[in-house]
Design a protein around this ligand. Structure first.
Ligand code: ATP
Ligand code: MG
Length: 248
C-alpha cells in the first residue's frame, strides 16, 4: 500500500484487506514499514510486546521469521514496527544495496505465505523504495481530493523508476478510492478523472467514509472485525474479494 500523501487510508486498507483475506483462509503476512506503527497498533499489539521489529530487519541483522508475530486473526501474521524505524533512511544512507534489503530477506520466506501486504510510510524514501523493490504490485489508496492527482502522477513516476532500475516485476496492482463521499462534487470530479486515465486499474469497491473504521484501532481490532456490518467493513470485504479475483 503506497502513497506518499499522508492520511489517505494506506494503513486502514492494509489492515482490513489483510484481515479479510486471512479470514478467507489464505496465509497472510502484513509488514508494517511505517515508524508510526499504526498497522501494528491496529491489532492491539502494544509497543512493549514488539520484541523484534521491521527496524531490526531493515537496519540490524534480524531475519524476517525471527521478527514476525501472530495476530489474534487466524492465518494473519505481522512484522511489527516501532518509532526507531524513523532513523532508517539516515542509518542506511551509505549502505551498499540498501534498496534490496527487504527483497533479499523476504526471499527466504516467500513460500510460507499466499499474500504479503506492506504498509508504507507517507514518503517515497528508502523504506517505500524497499517495499516497491520487494513487491509484485503497488496498490494505491487514493482519497478524492484536489491534490490527489498531482500526487498520483509523481507516485507513478517513482513506480516507473523502480521498474526500470530496481524491480522489473513491479506493476500497478490498482487504485483504491478511500473515504469516498458521493455527495461531494470534488470527489466526483477526481473520480471522473481517475476513470478517464486509469479505468482498468481502478477497483470497483470504493471505501466510504465510515466512523467505525476510524474507531476500530482504538479497540485494537481491524474494522472488519470490530463491526463487520458497518458500511466500511462491507466495502473492505468486497475489495478483498476483488483482490482475490484479480490476483488469484
Ligand atoms: P499515514 O500516511 O499517516 O500513514 P494512512 O495513509 O495510513 O496515513 P490511515 O491511517 O489509514 O491513512 O487513515 C488516516 C485517518 O483516517 C485515520 O485516523 C483513519 O482511522 C481514518 N480513516 C481511514 N479510512 C477511513 C474511512 N474509510 N472512513 C473514516 N475514517 C477513515
Ligand atoms: Mg499509515
Amino acid at each position: 500500500m503506497v502513497n506518499q500523501k499522508g492520511g489517505v487510508g494506506k494503513t486502514t486498507t492494509a489492515v482490513n484487506v489483510a484481515t479479510a483475506i486471512a479470514v478467507a483462509g489464505k496465509k497472510v503476512l502484513l509488514i508494517d514499514l511505517d515508524s508510526q506503527g499504526n498497522a501494528t497498533t491496529a491489532f492491539g499489539i502494544p509497543p512493549e510486546a514488539r520484541e523484534k521489529t521491521s527496524y531490526d530487519v531493515m537496519v540490524e541483522d534480524a531475519m524476517l521469521d525471527e521478527a514476525i508475530m501472530k495476530t489474534e486473526v487466524p492465518n494473519l501474521s505481522i512484522l511489527p514496527a516501532i518509532i526507531d524505524l524513523s532513523a532508517c533512511d539516515v542509518q542506511l544512507a551509505s549502505k551498499i544495496g540498501r534498496e534490496f534489503i527487504l527483497q533479499k530477506k523476504f526471499a527466504a520466506l516467500k513460500q510460507k505465505f499466499d499474500y504479503v501486504f506492506i504498509d508504507c510510510p507517507p514518503s517515497l524514501g528508502l523504506l517505500t523504495i524497499n517495499a516497491m523493490t520487494a513487491a509484485n504490485y503497488a496498490m494505491i489508496p487514493l482519497q478524492c481530493e484536489f491534490y490527489s492527482l498531482e500526487g498520483l502522477s509523481y507516485l507513478l513516476n517513482t513506480v516507473k523508476l523502480v521498474q526500470d532500475n530496481l524491480n522489473d516485476k513491479l506493476d500497478i496492482g490498482g487504485i483504491i478510492l478511500t473515504m469516498y463521499d458521493r455527495r461531494n462534487k470534488l470527489t466526483q470530479d477526481v473520480e471522473a478523472e481517475i476513470i478517464t486515465h486509469f479505468r482498468d486499474k481502478l477497483f470497483k469497491s470504493y471505501i466510504p467514509r465510515n466512523i467505525k473504521l476510524s474507531e476500530a484501532p482504538s479497540h485494537g481490532k481491524p474494522g472488519i472485525i470490530y463491526d463487520h456490518r458497518s458500511s466500511g467493513a462491507q466495502a473492505y470485504m468486497l475489495l478483498a474479494r476483488e483482490i482475490l479475483k484479480r490476483f488469484g
